[in-house]
Design a protein around this ligand. Structure first.
Ligand code: PMP
Length: 290
């Protein structure tokens, strides 16, 4: 049975409980991170903790623990579960309060760390590329709820994910309200055109993916590529030589088809393959924790 870290204690998973009055449950009021460990090292833990801190600040949630304590909690949870490779979910809820919306009537935020095995997309999709759709539902606009905040309020993504599932695929590209490509429901998007690698910028309304940053700052430069941020229409993505998605769970996965449109020749492109191989090499060598 898995052990879960909750508010300073490691408990059996059936005892890891929060109040039904927690605003994380009542209103999706809180924030989270999905983090991954490879060979006993926690990939980009520093970046994940920084993003968590930014998300908490953006929703004016006061964490109950310092980021150093959270770092320790993550390592303790992995150790308690005898895990060196796996997926870690870090959650700050607003805490238990009254039924009203008032967030500051919840005196103490709850902190949860879950270590679990990773559910990747099926291996065949990494070899042959993944089919995705374009969701009808736009990404929530920045002034309403900035997608850069990794809040517990994921219904915008979930409703787009349901569109994908209804179409028999596992991921959906989301456009922003102005029709520009933003990201997918749980992954960032990149395109390759010639030797250029492009990805939507902050203004498109995206989560600043840690894997996206890893590709832009470490992986692509190591292979002699540079990545440029660009506002892109769907047409530009459909006409790309290669399209790939990045995420902590997904890592790097090629896209073979968008709606009925085949990308490139329909196979995972050579640059996507190169980036994936470099990703694997770096995390196998000793995943960088910065
Ligand atoms: N966009 C969204 C909406 C996500 O939920 C995720 C997964 N956290 C990503 C992009 C990819 O981010 P990361 O590489 O940090 O996992």
């Amino acid at each position: 049975m898995a052990k879960v870290w909750i508010d300073g204690k490691l408990v059996e998973q059936q005892d890891a409980k929060i109040s039904v009055f927690d605003h994380g449950l009542l209103y999706g009021d809180g924030c989270f991170e999905g983090i991954r460990a490879y060979g006993g090292r926690v990939l980009k833990l520093r970046s994940h903790l920084q993003r968590m801190q930014r998300s908490a600040e953006a929703i004016r949630l006061k964490p109950a623990y310092s980021m150093d304590q959270v770092d320790r909690a993550i390592r303790d949870t992995l150790a308690a579960n005898g895990m060196t490779d796996g997926y870690i979910r870090l959650i700050f809820t607003r805490g238990a309060g009254t039924l009203g919306l008032h967030p500051f009537r919840c005196p103490v935020s709850s902190t949860i760390v879950i270590a679990d095995t990773i559910q990747l997309y099926p291996p065949g999709l990494y070899e042959n590329g993944m089919k995705v759709i374009v969701a009808q539902r736009p990404r929530i606009p920045i002034p309403c709820l900035d997608p850069a905040i990794k809040s517990l309020n994921y219904l915008n993504n979930i409703l787009a994910k349901i569109e994908a599932i209804d179409a028999d695929v596992l991921e959906a590209i989301m456009l922003n309200m102005d029709g520009y490509v933003s990201e997918c429901t749980g992954d960032n998007i990149f395109i390759v055109k010639g030797r250029e690698i492009l990805t939507p910028p902050t203004e498109a309304g995206i989560l600043h993916g840690v894997t996206r940053q890893f590709v832009m700052k470490d992986i692509a430069p190591a292979l002699g590529y540079s990545v440029r941020e660009k506002m892109m229409r769907l047409d530009e993505v459909l006409q790309a030589d290669e399209v790939f998605l990045t995420g902590t769970a997904a890592e790097i996965i090629g896209v073979s088809q968008i709606d009925t449109h085949t990308i490139g020749n329909g196979a995972v492109g050579p640059i996507t393959q190169e980036l994936s191989a470099e990703f694997r090499r770096l995390v196998t060598m000793g995943a960088p924790e910065d």
